[in-house]
Design a binder for this molecule. Structure first.
Ligand SMILES: Cc1cc2nc3c(=O)[nH]c(=O)nc-3n(C[C@H](O)[C@H](O)[C@H](O)COP(=O)(O)O)c2cc1C
Length: 435
């Protein structure tokens, strides 16, 4: 029997390859990182596979690069690269990360409204509050998460009101009267809040989607509160099925409690598929990828992620239980690594490779059919509404996903073969908000 709904599939666009140090592979195009042609080729592959969107993360510091991690490098500033990709694509959604901690709502509202116009309705914003990079903006101490999320909540509210500050029918282009805009259809927003004062209205017409799509990935209490209030899509790291079902249920309930339709908020965990024509071929590829991981840099990266000094620990030892903190503020990924280290007994070497592979997301080495089985099982079990596909290496690993895994899901009726509409909202099945 064919499923009634198909999955949402986006891809986390990290041209260096999601698997750390996979840029060392033959054929990686590593010299072209930061260039448009390379990322445009990857985006064209995603569009040919009919993915919902390419999704660009962003950080505003060079700390990961300084620790030898080139994967999340910041070479692609989301708004500039998405604007360029808008000109080279037709259907695929263009989602970019922008922090609410380093900008003003008026700037960001204009940038996304502009991208939505330029792409004919394909813009999306990944709302983050950022936990690093503040020293690049004259702020010495990272603000408390509660303060960051209060600012984010006010920020998003102002952005949405600016997007709504022009009615859809404000542009009249009346050659006879000489009036281009019906000025009665523009409204000031007169916002005065804890963090921002914004008079409004915005200075550009309402965009094709009315409001660009909002996605978010907060996993703390205030993070989930913001996401369930405003987001159309939720990204999350869920390596195990049962906790993902719990997260899904909890999140959809939170959405319903806010008076929103739970179907309008898509839960999208990441998955990193390592594909081969046989199980052995996939496993060999996983081993090959693991062989590229720079263990010395990995020790520094895991230490930084877990906020521990690991310099004296042998690679074949596990991190002592006592080194882990019980503080829930350490975040959900910290808890995943605690579980892998303490409950599953991974050594430091295994932990470094695991973190290099998937950064806390689910990963799987197998044939396209085996990986599709797993994805369908999660989807049918209400562990997710779809997946954010993490390409283990580029361009080859992403090509395998687009050429082998996506067609497998299409054949089974779990993914589209043609775009349903022209905007990202259309393709996600979301209605267009009225102003
Ligand atoms: C798939 C995924 C992508 C993310 N991308 C970014 C990013 O590009 N930039 C960023 O600063 N944070 C990013 N985050 C972190 C989240 O925004 C969030 O801070 C994190 O999940 C912790 O939640 P909390 O802020 O509620 O504690 C991402 C998280 C996930 C799961």
């Amino acid at each position: 029997m064919k499923p009634q709904k198909h999955m949402v599939l986006t891809t986390f666009m990290l041209p260096a390859g999601y698997h750390k140090d996979s840029w060392r592979m033959e054929g990686s195009r590593a010299e072209e990182l930061g260039n448009l042609d390379f990322v445009a080729d990857l985006t064209a592959m995603a569009e040919a596979a009919k993915l919902d969107a390419v999704f660009f993360g962003d950080i505003v510091h060079a700390n990961t690069v300084m620790r030898g991690d080139i994967k999340m490098n910041g070479f692609y500033e989301p708004m500039t690269v998405l604007a360029a990709l808008a000109a080279r694509t037709k259907n695929i959604g263009l989602i970019g990360t922008m922090s609410t901690s380093f900008s003003e709502p008026y700037n960001l509202a204009r940038q996304l409204c502009g991208l939505d116009h330029m792409s004919n309705g394909r813009a999306g914003w990944n709302i983050v509050t950022s936990s690093d990079g503040f020293s690049n903006y004259g702020v010495e101490d990272v603000p408390d998460p509660a303060v960051r999320y209060r600012r984010a909540t006010e920020f998003v509210d102002v952005v949405q009101r600016l997007w709504d500050s022009w009615s859809d029918d404000a542009i009249i282009v009346d050659r006879a009267s000489g009036e281009y805009v019906d000025r009665s259809k523009l409204k000031a927003i007169r916002h005065k809040g804890e963090f921002f004062e914004v008079e409004g209205p915005i200075n550009m017409p309402r965009s094709p989607q009315g409001r660009p799509v909002l996605v978010q990935a907060g996993s703390s209490g205030p993070g989930m509160d913001l996401g369930s209030s405003v987001a159309d899509g939720i990204y999350t790291a869920q390596p195990f099925k049962e906790p993902s079902i719990e997260f899904y249920t909890k999140f959809k309930n939170m959405v319903a409690e806010k008076g929103r339709n739970p179907d309008d908020v898509k839960i999208i965990p990441g998955i990193l598929p390592i594909l081969g024509d046989t199980e052995k071929e996939a496993q060999d590829l996983a081993n090959e990828l693991a062989s590229y991981v720079h263990l010395g840099n990995g020790r520094k990266q895991v230490g930084a992620d877990l906020k521990m000094d690991l310099s004296e620990l042998e690679f074949d030892e596990a991190i002592p239980v006592a080194w882990f903190s019980d503080d829930p503020r350490m975040g959900s990924r910290y808890q995943i690594y605690r579980k892998k280290s303490v409950d599953m007994g991974m050594t430091l070497r295994e932990l470094i490779v695991d973190l290099a592979r998937s950064t806390g997301h689910q990963w799987m080495a197998g044939t396209p059919s085996q990986v599709a089985d797993r994805m369908v099982d999660w989807f049918e079990s209400k562990a997710c509404d779809g997946f954010n596909l993490n390409a283990p290496f580029n361009p080859g690993g992403f090509k395998l996903i687009c050429d082998k895994l996506v067609p497998e899901l299409q054949d089974r009726g779990y993914f589209r073969s043609e775009y349903e509409g022209t905007t990202l909202r259309d393709n996600l099945g979301l209605s267009r908000p009225t102003a």
